[in-house]
Design a protein around this ligand. Structure first.
Ligand code: CU
Length: 153
């Protein structure tokens, strides 16, 4: 009886150890490596809290999305501010998901005064349930910056 107990105890301990091992040395790195292989980045912009800024050459590109909280399947205003000399053409935003083809979704931006541009768009609900989206802001002839953020479903 005590033998059986200690055997099942050892079995349980082995199972827990195996689970822990799988979690630490397999599952977590696998997901991270798979994400990296797909070109995914971790969320780097807390858009629910406020605007995010990225450097682009001599400029700073700032993105905000309104209203908050930022939800999928809602009319959203995308606001981009670009520091430095005036742009020669309007910036635009391509919306997508890291590592997943969600089809084209471009938001054209128009000047609204000062160094700020705005456009309207919709972030769709991903069938997979994932909530992480990426906004690629393009300044024509100058380059792009990316913002990775979570939306609310
Ligand atoms: Cu998706």
């Amino acid at each position: 009886m005590s033998d059986r107990l200690s055997t099942s105890g050892r079995g349980l301990a082995a199972l827990l150890t195996a689970s822990l091992f799988l979690f630490i040395f397999n599952v977590y790195p696998c997901r991270a490596i798979a994400a990296a292989a797909r070109g995914e980045r971790l969320v780097d912009c807390d858009i629910q809290q406020g605007p995010c800024a990225r450097p682009l050459a001599e400029r700073v590109v700032t993105l905000d999305i309104l209203p908050k909280p930022v939800r999928a399947m809602r009319d959203l205003t995308f606001r981009v501010s670009v520091s430095g000399r005036r742009l020669t053409s309007n910036p635009y935003i391509d919306l997508g998901m890291p590592g997943m083809n969600m089809g084209p979704n471009r938001v054209d931006l128009k000047p609204v005064g000062g160094d700020t541009y705005e456009g309207r768009g919709v972030i769709v609900r991903c069938p997979s349930g994932r909530r992480t989206w990426k906004a690629t802001v393009t300044l024509p002839d100058e380059g792009t910056v990316e913002f990775v953020f979570d939306v609310i479903y």
